[in-house]
Design a binder for this molecule. Structure first.
Ligand code: SAH
Length: 382
């Protein structure tokens, strides 16, 4: 643990001006869609009609919207429903309960989304950026850097697509209705702030304006961009905040989550407690268990002292080692001792299940695998 990765100078701006896709109806609220439809010379009620197809019935293909006259359908589709996501791969595992989609965007960027079915709920994990600029050394996405922010509709469309998959009954033993969305795919959601907040508004607005999910069932996971956490607390939203802490001390967190060089542990936890107080929502503290790096009993005790008495829940994540990584997951007995110490300090703690490991399900690895396939193909054809 010698050289620290540099934090990006301006964490929320992509290195180069990368092109967002054409506008889509999910970029707009209902009033915006109505204005646009009127501009196209169509009656305003078409905005509701098309929204009802997309958000209410989860139909993404304009050709299936047969109650729209063909000419109107074509005009509306061209202006309001460009194809944003092209499936490159879809993989399932855990007996069909986990399904991963790898998408190619209009500019060739790759992003991924995951659907996870449980007995009582269906969760989708979505991406907010192509790549990520936060450079956490244990994360596959962090290695490649940031390509660009996703548009609001590119974010929403991942959830709408997977909600449609769930509605088709594809996930046996789970409810057919999507209930939870977590921003834990690729990217740092709070570095793409306005588009992510707009996407959340689409996810929670009742149909036909949006998907009608409960705010409490949406989780925004962040490395800890303090000003953005404070701004999120001031929105009229009460989504769940997950903070990727990964270390209770600045020395180690400076390395594991490089943005800690700018906003220290004490500062980011302060922002988290203010968020909890403003929203009444328990903050989820994410902690990847990395063997001999952050899993020592003294770090459990220090974490316990930082969190005791706070509106917090610890979610331990067994590290999913990225290819070529020098790091490994903590052994189970070490993990159990870490949990025991946190609970003894009065901190509610669970260990996350590890869905999708055999399909590179965790943490940016599918896109990374696809990229290396492409690299290999390019090398072979060179
Ligand atoms: N940028 C956001 C959201 C994306 S990652 C954030 O950092 O919170 C979602 C969670 O997965 C984060 O807690 C992240 O630290 C964790 N994660 C990333 N790579 C991982 C890996 N290889 N093993 C275990 N957890 C990982």
């Amino acid at each position: 643990m010698t050289s620290l990765p540099l934090i990006p100078a301006v964490p929320d701006k992509p290195a180069r001006r990368a092109a967002l896709p054409q506008q889509h109806l999910a970029d707009l609220d209902l009033a915006g869609r109505q204005a646009l439809v009127a501009e196209l010379g169509e009656p305003a009620f078409r905005a509701k009609q098309i929204s009802n197809h997309y958000f209410g019935r989860l139909v993404r293909d304009p050709q299936l919207m047969t109650d729209l006259p063909a000419a109107a359908r074509e005009r509306l589709a061209e202006r309001l429903m460009p194809r944003l996501l092209t499936a490159v791969r879809e993989l399932t595992c855990d007996d069909g309960a986990t399904r991963k989609a790898l998408w190619r965007l209009h500019d060739g960027s790759l992003v991924e989304s995951v659907l996870m079915g449980y007995e009582d709920r269906v969760t989708v994990c979505i991406s907010s950026q192509a790549g990520c600029g936060m450079a956490c050394p244990f994360c596959a996405t962090g290695q490649a850097g940031l390509t660009r922010n996703l548009s609001t509709a590119e974010i929403v469309d991942q959830a709408v697509y997977l909600a449609g998959v769930a509605a088709s009954g594809a996930v046996a033993g789970s409810p057919a209705r999507l209930s939870h969305v977590v921003f834990m795919g690729m990217g740092e959601p709070l570095a793409n702030y306005s588009r992510v907040v707009a996407a959340i508004r689409r996810l929670v607005a009742p149909a036909p304006e949006g998907l009608g999910l409960s705010q409490r069932h949406i989780t925004v996971s962040t490395v800890g961009l303090v000003p953005a956490i404070r701004r999120l607390a001031s929105e009229d939203l009460s989504v769940t905040l997950a903070l990727s802490l990964h270390a209770p001390d600045d020395e180690l967190r400076d390395e594991l989550v490089p943005v800690n060089q700018r906003w220290k542990v004490a500062e980011v936890l302060d922002a988290a407690w203010d968020y909890a107080a403003r929203t009444g929502r328990r903050v989820s503290i994410e902690y990847a268990m990395i063997k001999d790096v952050n899993d020592q009993p003294w770090r459990a005790d220090l974490l316990g002292r930082l969190l005791a008495g706070k509106l917090a829940h610890v979610n331990l994540i067994p590290l999913n080692p990225t290819p070529g990584s020098r790091w490994d997951a903590s052994p189970k007995p070490v993990e159990r001792e870490f949990v025991r110490r946190l609970r003894a300090a009065g901190v509610s703690t669970t260990v996350r299940d590890t869905r999708g490991r055999e399909i590179d399900g965790a943490c940016g690895q599918l896109a990374a695998a696809e990229d290396s396939d492409i690299d290999r193909a390019a090398a072979a054809s060179a």
